[in-house]
Design a protein around this ligand. Structure first.
Ligand code: PLP
Length: 381
């Protein structure tokens, strides 16, 4: 028996795979077909219906989904794309893989750590091809303002919605404010399947292009040939192998059915943190929903006063078995992006120095949450 992980008393994120899900995955292993096929097709149909998008493509992980979006809109060397620095490095990487340059812009505030439309606007040049929003913590952020800006300047809006599956902006799935949005189904994400991701778009042409690029630029799939629906293929573009496999697609289908209930559970945990931590001195909840935003609550993040030693604070929680993290070390500080162009990033730098992410998962009990809350109270001066 593989031991249950992790060993923290209260981990940052936690995955539970019910026996019924394991049985559904085991059935796929017995079916005789493991690579992209009918489970994937069914998941894509269900995800398109769930998100309301015209097209949903399941992929091997969130990062390659973002890359498909970047290649799909035709990015190339000489182009610029405005991205937040306060994001996982996969966002700027997806741009850089194409030869285009990520240009880092600041976030909106310590209680709004998402790309600021006001910070983006002065960075738009004739070379700017796209703005890449990242829906931090599962919040839509300034998606509406960024959409307006993108339309005004005739550039594309893309969204890295890795955190946001199940979240809504004005009733629509977060990640659908631009031409395309990408989700991650990595182990710590809201719809966790290990490795996996998906891209959604309403644009038929972009969807067809991304579909082609997902599987080597080949005009038919192995599954089509297996079923006798196709005999051969041509290769019409420089594509990749970014396919998901059937067991993970089957698990994603099971999890999608429970996603809304789990998002409500996450919202309850987040609201309880807000209530218990909101009035403490020295700490402030960082993620404040804007009008119309019904977030996916992927993260619960606080910002410490500048007088508080963050490392010591995190160490005191760790001593009590509570895992914390920091989302994110800003990308413009990584060696690989030190020379990358950027605007002023004062909020990003302050946030990155003072933010702490606390444990949050759908099945978190009040008792587990109280362990975190008590440890936070004790760790504050
Ligand atoms: C903001 C963000 N973008 C992109 C990714 C990449 O997703 P994946 O790990 O599925 O490749 C992640 C998750 O790790 C993420 O948090």
């Amino acid at each position: 028996m593989v031991p249950r992980m992790p060993t923290w008393k209260v981990p940052l994120a936690d995955v539970v795979v019910p026996e019924d899900d394991i049985a559904a995955v085991a059935d796929v292993y017995r079916s005789g077909w493991l690579s992209m096929g009918p489970q994937t097709a069914a998941f894509e149909e269900e995800l398109a219906a769930y998100t309301g998008a015209g097209h949903a493509l399941a992929v091997a992980n969130g990062t390659v989904g973002l890359h498909l979006m970047a290649v799909g809109i035709g990015l190339e060397a000489g182009d610029e794309v405005i991205v937040p620095s306060l994001t996982f490095v996969a966002t700027p990487n997806a741009v850089a893989y194409t030869g285009a340059a990520p240009v880092f812009a600041d976030v909106a505030g310590l209680d709004a750590p998402w790309l600021s439309a006001a910070a983006v606007e002065p960075l738009i040049t004739p070379r700017t091809k796209a703005i890449f929003n990242m829906t931090y913590g599962g919040f839509a952020g300034e998606a509406r303002e960024l959409r307006r800006l993108a339309d005004e300047h005739g550039v594309v809006l893309l969204e890295d919605a890795a955190h946001a599956i199940g979240g809504r902006l004005d009733g629509t799935q977060i990640g659908r404010s631009g031409l395309a949005g990408g989700f991650s189904f990595f182990s710590n994400k809201n719809l966790a399947i290990g490795e996996g991701g998906a891209v959604v778009t309403d644009d038929d042409e972009l969807a067809a292009r991304m579909r082609l690029l997902r599987s080597h630029g080949m005009t038919t799939l192995t599954w089509d040939r297996h079923r006798g629906h196709a005999a051969g293929y041509d290769v019409v573009a420089l594509g990749f192998n970014y396919r998901i496999d059937e067991p993970r697609a089957a698990l994603a289908r099971r999890r999608l059915v429970r996603l809304d209930a789990e998002t409500e559970d996450r919202a309850r945990v987040a609201a309880r943190y807000d209530e218990r931590l909101g009035d403490l001195t020295g700490i402030a909840p960082a993620l404040v929903a804007r009008d119309g935003d019904r977030p996916a609550h992927h993260l619960y993040t606080v910002v410490l006063d500048e007088m508080i030693d963050r490392d010591a604070f995190r160490e005191r929680l760790a001593e009590r078995g509570i895992q914390t993290s920091m989302h994110y070390p800003p990308a413009h500080r990584f060696s690989i992006y030190l020379e990358a162009p950027h605007g002023p990033l004062p909020v990003t730098d302050v946030y990155a120095a003072r933010a702490v992410t606390l444990p949050l998962y759908a099945h978190m009990t009040e008792a587990d949450q109280d362990l975190v809350i008590d440890a936070v109270v004790d760790a504050l001066p």
